[in-house]
Design a protein. Sequence first.
Length: 323
Amino acid sequence: MSVYISFDGGGSKLNGMMFDENLHLLGAGRSGGINLTQTSLEDCRANVRDCLAQLFASHEPETVDVVFYTGVGNFQLLCEETGLRAHVAQYVGTDEALGGLLAGALKREGVLALAGTGSDVFYISPGKRLVVGAWGPILGDDGSGTWIGQQAMRAVVRLINGWGEDTLLLSLFREAWRLKNDWQMVELVHRSPAPFRQVASATPLVGQAAARGDAVALGILREAGHLMAVQTEVLIRRAGLREDQLDITLCGGAWKAHPAMYGRYVEELRAAHPSLTARRPLFEHVCAGPARLLLERGVPREEAIRLMKAQFTQYRVDTADET
């Protein structure tokens, strides 16, 4: 039996899956982030070991045929630690843009708008690769989970200080972060081994407030959608894309917070490009490995999607029937 492992790493998570040649899932693991711009080396190593312990808990092969890895992070450390658990015949890396297209649409060419812990927009085609964004949480990442969390925390601080707009975010932060006093926010962020990940973790709270009609939260998410639309429009212009090429694959956890972000994004882009489509990904980013394996075997895209939907139901994002 052939055994494969696929990893997806980023600022807030490391996701791993083990499967065989028939796409039977043999193991799974999830842990914290491995991107050293947003976490420490010690935290990264601990997260890798935690993910691997989960991954190998129910099946411990002596040999792994291929380890696929994608995303942004310390993949050298990941490969080293994996090699301590089993003999690995081959390591195959895929950058986060191609990985997003593979997992999100089972495509090797197209536009990917990524809004996770960080943010960037890509266009990939044979012999061409363009990116807008990808500057990291200090210099950029507009519209990302880190950006959303930061805007939320600043809105809360303004309210506490007495000049901010009233918002449900204050009570949600107090409850979710178990604050004994509001000043603890400073300690939780600045003493965290991964401060940007801590900030990005507030994105679901913004979604919860928005779902309850909170004007501040809705404003933050709509602005995030606007910022992603601006970056996408710049990419479209730089790449010289035709209207029939504007089938965009979305990727990243920030899109899941609330429909307001997606709504503003599509609204602004369709004002200039009426035929544009922006689709949620078919599968989580970690499925770039099995997607790549199937396509390299020559399995037609539609058949590969059908097989993965049947075998990896827990990794599906877009649960619609259409492909």
